[in-house]
Design a protein. Structure first.
Length: 237
């Protein structure tokens, strides 16, 4: 399905990201993962095993460093002949306080890890997709971007901005055979989330592998007519 395609997955060593990496590898893509924790990337390679891991590579990279990201993605494109797919999974949640008790430092941190990383990665990858003659971008937003709740304003605002980024990319790239879509998870069934909420009904949460299959569809040949979409993937969560 994705044989010969070159994919970059930010946050690819995390719970959702690793499921996306596995799914893309299973369908023939070569996957490159920027990471901040070498041990997590080593664990990912070991878990995948051969032969899938032979099509997996990556490097230590600060995704908020614009120059470093541009240089790294240029090296990926040079080594593999281009970039076809970008999945922006990197991000994180912080909150727990109402707006009037939330410092601007936390707002800035949420914008940096959820929006800035996606903006910089898109800016670095798109020129190589244009040179390739097409591509697909999937950004990970959140249910909170459209259905806010108490004490999550900074996170929700950053994830809502990811939707605006996605819509802008779709409008700008529609004539260049590059699609841009977003997915909106809620609570994902990960070990960390189970530990944080052990009394919850975990059967209502969505497995990372199920979300990864939606990402696969969006970057695959059957979704070339879809761009600018924000797709809920929260099931019964």
């Amino acid at each position: 399905m994705l044989e010969g395609k070159i994919a970059i997955v930010t946050g690819g060593a995390g719970a959702l990201g690793s499921a996306v990496v596995q799914t893309l590898l299973d369908t023939g893509a070569t996957v490159w993962v920027p990471y901040i924790n070498p041990s997590e990337f080593d664990h990912l390679r070991q878990r995948l095993g051969a032969p899938a891991s032979t099509r997996l590579d990556g490097r230590l990279l600060d995704l908020t460093d614009e120059t470093a990201v541009q240089q790294a993605y240029a090296q990926v494109a040079s080594a593999h002949g281009g970039i076809d797919i970008l999945v922006n999974v990197a991000g994180g949640f912080a909150g727990g306080e109402p707006v009037h008790r939330t410092s601007w430092a936390l707002w800035q941190q949420q914008l940096d890890i959820n929006l800035k990383t996606a903006v910089i990665s898109c800016a670095a990858a798109v020129p190589h997709m244009l040179a390739r003659g097409g591509g697909a971008i999937v950004n990970v937003s959140s249910r909170t971007a459209t259905q806010s709740a108490r004490n999550v304003a900074a996170y929700g605002a950053a994830k809502r901005a990811v939707l605006q980024l996605t819509e802008a990319l779709a409008a700008e790239l529609r004539d260049s055979n590059i699609t841009a879509n977003a997915i909106l998870p809620s609570v994902i069934d990960t070990p960390a989330n189970r530990a944080a909420d052990p009394k919850a009904d975990h059967s209502r949460w969505v497995a990372p592998e199920a979300i990864a299959r939606v990402v696969l569809f969006l970057v695959g040949p059957d979704a070339r007519i879809i761009s600018g979409a924000a797709i809920p993937v929260y099931g019964r969560a």
